[in-house]
Design a protein around this ligand. Sequence first.
Ligand code: DX5
Length: 211
Amino acid sequence: MKILITASILAADLGHLQEEIESVEKAGADWIQVDVMDGHFVPNVSFDASDLKGIRTKLPLDIHLMVTNPAERIDAFVNLGAKHITFHAEAVPKEKDQIALVKMIRDKGCTAGIAINPETHQDAIHTMDLDMVLCMTVHPGFSGQKFIADVLPKMKEIRQQHPDVMIQVDGGIDEKTAPLCIAAGATNLVSASAIFQAKDRAKMIAKLRET
Ligand code: DX5
């Protein structure tokens, strides 16, 4: 499976967001991720759809909803042009609700993912009729945290059980941790600080993609 590199704008210069997005487009990123935090599901508040009006990108816009009520946010991000939307299994624990939310996201023309925090077992994901599993390798809320390697065996199990699913990994991804994730079966690597703080963003993105 091709390795996709997703640039999370959480570590971008928010005063120049359009230029920052164009910079990572030119540097070879495959997706742009927006981290949405509600100050309740995670101890931080970040973007909402209204903060991003007028932002343009030719890359697929990937929305990571770290919020207690993800269903309430979907429409605003669909209207913004989202291509992919991920919600957390911890926020939507019941099977029927997960199935309904995946369907709602797909019915609006997006692909759908379910995320799990580092200590959440993969069995918290009750449907594999989805497009992506996101394995968090930090406790969500902030960029620049240390990679939690204990998540790697879980990633391997998910890959063994589901050879075709896209596995996204997010948190502490850099040139040292990316190969570990790829070896464990990840196919979509999210990075905020490693990409946006790199002197040469194109070189960093190329390094992250190397196996
Ligand atoms: C964590 C966010 C991540 C974060 C990753 O709460 O979901 O996307 O921005 O940041 P880095 O790559 O700096 O660990």
